[in-house]
Design a protein around this ligand. Structure first.
Ligand code: ATP
Length: 137
């Protein structure tokens, strides 16, 4: 069984898409292992997106992710990382396949509604960063 960190970003929360996004993962058959509604500190944002430091979009990305509350979750399934990445769709909404979350609901690359861990290594790092062990069921 594999675990992944999924986060509905501030644009997804503001647009009222938390329930819709959770519903897609539930209906697919993944198991929810943890969830919380929270504001992202500057420190958490910078640690989470450390790999993008120095890129042209980095500063805006940090401002965006700390601008409003997010809904962070841990989901569990065989191949949870690949499954949820496929359901989320490509970063650029234009390239995201029809039926994916980003294709169905997002217009912009920088307002792309949802984050999902992209590797087993990052999933482990991100889950430990966002959740205390006792918050995970
Ligand atoms: P995420 O990590 O949020 O799940 P992702 O894995 O699809 O998204 P990454 O390449 O890891 O994409 O980029 C992280 C985030 O940085 C993107 O989700 C997007 O919000 C922002 N981003 C990436 N590339 C660009 C870009 N060219 N212009 C603006 N924002 C970008």
């Amino acid at each position: 069984m594999e675990r992944t960190l999924i986060m509905v970003k501030p644009d997804g929360v503001q647009r009222g898409l938390v329930g819709e996004i959770m519903s897609r993962f539930e209906k697919k058959g993944l198991q929810l292992a943890a969830a919380k509604f929270m504001k992202v500190s500057q420190e958490l944002a910078e640690t989470h997106y450390a790999e993008h430091k120095g890129k042209p979009f980095y500063d805006k990305l940090i401002v965006f992710i700390t601008a409003g509350p997010v809904f962070a979750m841990v989901w569990e399934a065989d191949n949870a990382i690949a499954l949820t990445r496929a359901m989320i769709g490509k970063t650029d909404a234009v390239e995201a396949a029809p039926g994916t979350i980003r294709s169905d609901y997002a217009v912009h690359t920088n307002l792309n509604l949802v984050h999902g861990s992209d590797s087993a290594e990052n999933a482990e790092r991100e889950i430990a960063l966002w959740f205390a062990p006792e918050e995970i069921v």
